[in-house]
Write a new protein. Structure first.
Ligand SMILES: Cc1cc2nc3c(=O)[nH]c(=O)nc-3n(C[C@H](O)[C@H](O)[C@H](O)COP(=O)(O)OP(=O)(O)OC[C@H]3O[C@@H](n4cnc5c(N)ncnc54)[C@H](O)[C@@H]3O)c2cc1C
Ligand SMILES: Cc1cc2nc3c(=O)[nH]c(=O)nc-3n(C[C@H](O)[C@H](O)[C@H](O)COP(=O)(O)O)c2cc1C
Ligand code: SF4
Ligand code: SF4
Ligand code: SF4
Lengths: 434, 442
């Protein structure tokens, strides 16, 4: 069985699966049980400054989006940071860390944007013996109205400033947690690096309204007939998170900056994908909130199974492997010509490919006598829509045309030279192919 | 309990009231809302869906299933009922395994079709629970149409005609509507007096008058109906039964009569059934008679069919249902004689084989003890008016359901080509109504 031990910022954990800062890591009781279940580390539920504890709503705080059979595709929450007294949390963190020296314990923080506030809390956090801190610049609701969370995360200058304060006043690793609610994730990541961050973690939740009650016209979750945008997480946000992780991984200004990948990690496979795009580990919230702590067992066995199959001895061997393959559109090979091909033995004749291609794509699928569906290569632009809508896995595949053959759609001979848009004759700005 | 499954002869009350009510509970219980969503989600929303083609009433199945999936069962119900006003009954009685569900691509792909029938029931139940039938009548046309028979064909025809603004008078020989929905279909397929409730609901459209106790050939003549109305639709089913020569001892009767008595009995523990029941035939009637005999408490029930299993008109699902309920199925055997004096005590059979394409006895025989014999060897037209061309044992009708007589249409079991299914009768009644409408207004 592959060794899942992962070192992130010098912090060792038995596996790369950490619980993200959220209800699963809200208190000692949860975290102890999470560690017993096998989680490699936790980022403690975000702590705020000392004083009267935070107040949460007393009505529902989660909304949801479901797929078939009420499978939870996304959660949305309007919960704030911890609503328990600071000292209680600090005492618990110290006790847990002492009892689980082999697990990562990171403390998430969010205090007002003044140096004194940070200076006041950092030494108290350090005393717990935790392995590092994570700066919550991501929470998109509630706290942002008070100038914290995403309100900081949306202004790169603030990120840099607060990160610097933390680096100056705290010895151990500082992770900056980023909000996806910005237009270009590279700017806050660069700011974090400029401020001296040891790593970034992303994504926090995506601002969202998951649904509207059509009887009383209140957004859900409804608090006495009113709703507030919340933060969305879970399987549905994974594609957003993966792209943002990749953007940071391949940005020359942040390349090499360690990343903790978060957002919709639900299975071992999701974790492997984040890591292939450069994340040193992953954090999980919704999957644990949906299925309980035990899900980590599938993540552990699945990842090590896959690593064994691929012959990877440690996670370091595949982390970042997909990064060089993420490129700009303009560099994609325009001589890569494929055609959809339908496996008649697998086809169950539902006709979805036909409806999709005929109504919304390129009229490249024939429906022949006896519901036989075939691709007309002379029209197929290889868009992949039919593959995506076909209910049978591997029934429609994209087959590459061999060099030298003629694409019946364009009448052109397929070449195996690499050629992209930058040199394409139709590109007014094409540079000479040299 | 006075009697048990082992009491000899034909007696009532072999099982307790509790066991009987369990035995005759809904064969396919309704889906609850969550189950319906899960079942609906399995539908692929096929292009030019094969299930629609396989439905004799061409219900837009992918559309109604999607309407269920998106939380609008009333809209789903309307999609169904626009095509098939008896969609509620069809959802319960259609042999979906040989119709829509057989054609479902998921049946082909994984042997587990989308549960179209149960979803159809979910949607139509929702509409019926909501209240009145959802269609309204067009402006009155002043035309009057006579419909003979208040079975599925006649009712579907009458409803569609009423929708188009015609006035309809239904002549029904019995004192209740519904035809075989009321008198024939197995009780566990249509519990809680659904057949009657559905007819009352259907008649809510207005413009349909049913005259009970009016039998064509006895109380009315076709000539008179034609003379008094703008058009006539014949939907009288096949009310007669084939007899088996020599099978006239006590305890021998047509299976349909046994079923009709059972369907009309208020109290199942009052329905007499034999200890050793032999059912002769191979269709749905044979299976229903056998299964219900067993459920009433008969000790041994055997269906004997003269051909091979593969040729049995009852679907494999029906055969398996019978087997699961404890009915013995015997294939390739034909009845030779009923034995007994006064009351039947047994039946002799001879095995059969196909010889040069023809069924013939092999000479080998066996006997089954029997105190009750139910004959399910087919129904016939009876008292059908003269002067109408026939196609075999049924009335000849063209693809628009016109008979050989002007202004007379026919549909359902009485007409050919027929499949003897509720849903086919509905389709033909509806299509005949459309053709009558075209003809009258054209
Ligand atoms: C036991 C049994 C079980 C069946 N099970 C199923 C099943 O599970 N699923 C399925 O799809 N199909 C089943 N069928 C077949 C189905 O019931 C028929 O195909 C369907 O009822 C035919 O409808 P119809 O309107 O043509 O005739 P019917 O339902 O027979 O209705 C004819 C009506 O006309 C009336 N009538 C007859 N003669 C006259 C007359 N001279 N004057 C006035 N009125 C008259 C009758 O009283 C009756 O009300 C079954 C049939 C039987 C016998
Ligand atoms: C109810 C709830 C509360 C959360 N609270 C916090 C928090 O206090 N601090 C924080 O940094 N992130 C918080 N998050 C965000 C999660 O840590 C995580 O970034 C996000 O849920 C995406 O991961 P997932 O898709 O695995 O859930 C919260 C999420 C949820 C669902
Ligand atoms: S790849 Fe696109 S164009 Fe080609 S057949 Fe499929 S849907 Fe049509
Ligand atoms: S979508 Fe797939 S299964 Fe359906 S007809 Fe097309 S190729 Fe066949
Ligand atoms: S064939 Fe099956 S999957 Fe396709 S539309 Fe019909 S019910 Fe749905």
């Amino acid at each position: 069985m592959a060794d899942l031990t992962t070192e992130f910022l010098g912090i060792k954990s038995p596996n790369p699966f950490w619980l993200a800062s959220a209800p699963p890591t809200d208190k000692e009781y949860n975290v102890r049980r999470a560690f017993e279940a096998g989680w490699g580390g936790v980022v403690w539920k975000t702590l705020g400054e000392d004083g009267p504890p935070i107040v949460n709503v007393n009505g529902p705080r989660y909304g949801a989006m479901w797929g078939a059979d009420r499978r939870l595709l996304a959660l949305n929450n309007i919960e704030l940071i911890t609503d328990r007294p600071l000292q209680t949390n600090l005492d618990e963190i110290a006790r847990v860390k002492k009892d689980y020296p082999d697990r990562a314990v990171i403390v998430s923080l969010m205090v007002p944007c003044t140096e004194e506030s940070w200076k006041a809390i950092l030494p108290r956090v350090a005393e717990t013996g935790c392995d590092g801190i994570e700066l919550n610049f991501g929470c998109p609701h509630g706290m942002s109205e008070r100038g914290m969370g995403a309100a900081v995360g949306q202004v790169p200058e603030y990120i840099e400033m607060v990160t610097r304060w933390c680096k100056e006043n705290y010895d151990k690793p500082v992770i900056v947690k980023l909000t996806p609610n910005i237009s270009d994730i590279r700017y806050p990541a660069r700011a974090a690096r400029a401020g001296g961050a040891d790593a970034v973690s992303l994504i926090n939740t995506v601002s969202s309204i998951t649904s509207v009650n059509l009887d009383d016209f209140s957004p859900e979750p409804s608090i006495d007939g009113k709703g507030s945008h919340g933060g969305m997480c879970g399987p549905a946000v994974k594609p957003i998170a993966l792209n943002m992780v990749a953007e940071i991984s391949r940005d020359p200004e942040t390349a090499g900056l360690p990343i903790s990948g978060i957002g919709g990690v639900t299975t071992w496979r999701d974790a492997a994908e984040f890591m292939a795009l450069g994340a040193g580990n992953v954090q999980v919230c919704t999957a644990a909130m949906t299925y309980g702590f035990k899900v980590v067992q599938e993540m552990i066995s699945g990842l090590s199974d896959w690593m064994d199959k691929k012959g990877y001895a440690s996670t370091a061997e595949f982390i970042g492997q997909a990064v060089p393959n993420v490129t700009d559109w303009q560099y994609l090979n325009l001589n890569y010509v494929t055609k959809a091909k339908i496996d008649q033995d697998k086809c169950i004749k539902c006709g979805r490919c036909y409806a999709a291609c005929e109504d919304t794509s390129h009229q490249a699928i024939w429906m022949k006598e006896g519901r036989v569906f075939e691709v007309n290569d002379a029209e197929c632009v290889a868009c992949n829509l039919c593959v995506n809508v076909c209910p049978v896995e591997d029934c429609i595949t994209m087959e590459r045309m061999t060099a030298g053959s003629v694409d019946p759609r364009t009448g052109e001979t397929v070449s195996d030279d690499y050629a992209n848009w930058t040199t394409h004759p139709n590109n007014p700005g094409a540079c000479a192919a040299e | 309990m006075a009697h048990s499954t082992r009491t000899p002869g034909i007696v009532a009350g072999r099982l307790s009231a509790e066991v009987l009510s369990e035995n005759f509970a809904d064969l396919h219980p309704p889906l609850d809302a969550h189950e319906a969503h899960v079942a609906a989600d399995r539908c692929y929303f096929c292009h030019d869906a094969p299930c629609i083609t396989a439905c004799p009433t061409s219900i837009d199945i992918p559309l109604f299933i999607r309407q269920i999936a998106t939380g609008t069962p009333l809209a789903a119900g309307k999609t169904i009922l626009e095509q098939n006003i008896l969609g509620g009954m069809c959802a319960r009685v259609c042999p979906t395994e040989t119709l829509c569900e057989e054609a479902c691509v998921r049946e082909i792909a994984e042997g587990k079709p989308v549960e179209i029938g149960r979803l159809q029931r979910f949607a139509t139940d929702a509409v019926m629970a909501k209240g009145p039938q959802p269609f309204s009548r067009a402006a009155p046309t002043g035309k009057q149409v006579a419909v003979v028979g208040a079975g599925p064909a006649g009712l579907a025809c009458a409803h569609r005609l009423a929708m188009h603004g015609h006035d309809v008078v239904v002549f029904e020989k019995r004192d209740k509507p519904g035809g075989l929905n009321e008198y024939g279909i197995a009780s566990y397929k249509t519990v809680d007096d659904f057949a009657r409730a559905e007819v009352d609901w259907l008649l809510g459209i207005g413009g349909i008058e049913i005259r009970y106790g009016q039998q064509l050939g006895r109380d009315e003549t076709l000539d008179q109906l034609v003379a008094d109305h703008d058009a006539v639709f014949l939907g009288m089913g096949k009310p007669g039964v084939h007899a088996l020569p020599g099978f006239d001892l006590g305890g021998i009767r047509p299976a349909v009569d046994f079923i009709a008595d059972l369907r009309q009995a208020g109290d199942l523990s009052s329905v007499p059934v034999g200890r050793n029941v032999v059912v002769i035939g191979g269709g749905m009637t044979a299976v229903d008679a056998a299964v219900q005999s067993k459920l009433l408490g008969a000790e041994n029930v055997t269906i004997v069919y003269r051909r091979a299993r593969g040729e049995m008109p009852a679907s494999r699902f029906e055969q398996d249902l019978a087997a699961a309920k404890g009915v013995t199925l015997v294939f390739n055997a034909q009845p030779v004689a009923a034995t007994g004096a006064g009351d039947v005590t047994g039946v002799s059979f001879e095995y059969t084989a196909q010889e040069a394409g023809k069924l013939a006895g092999t000479g080998e025989t066996f006997d089954l003890p029997a105190d009750q014999v139910l004959l399910a060897i087919g129904q016939t037209l009876e008292n059908a008016p003269d002067g109408l061309a026939r196609d075999g044992s049924a009335l000849l009708a063209d693809e628009t359901h016109k008979t050989s007589l002007a202004r007379v249409w026919a549909g359902g079991d009485c007409s050919a080509p027929g499949e003897d299914l509720t849903v086919t009768a509905v389709a033909q009644g509806r299509d005949a109504a459309e053709d009558i409408h075209q003809t009258l207004m054209g």
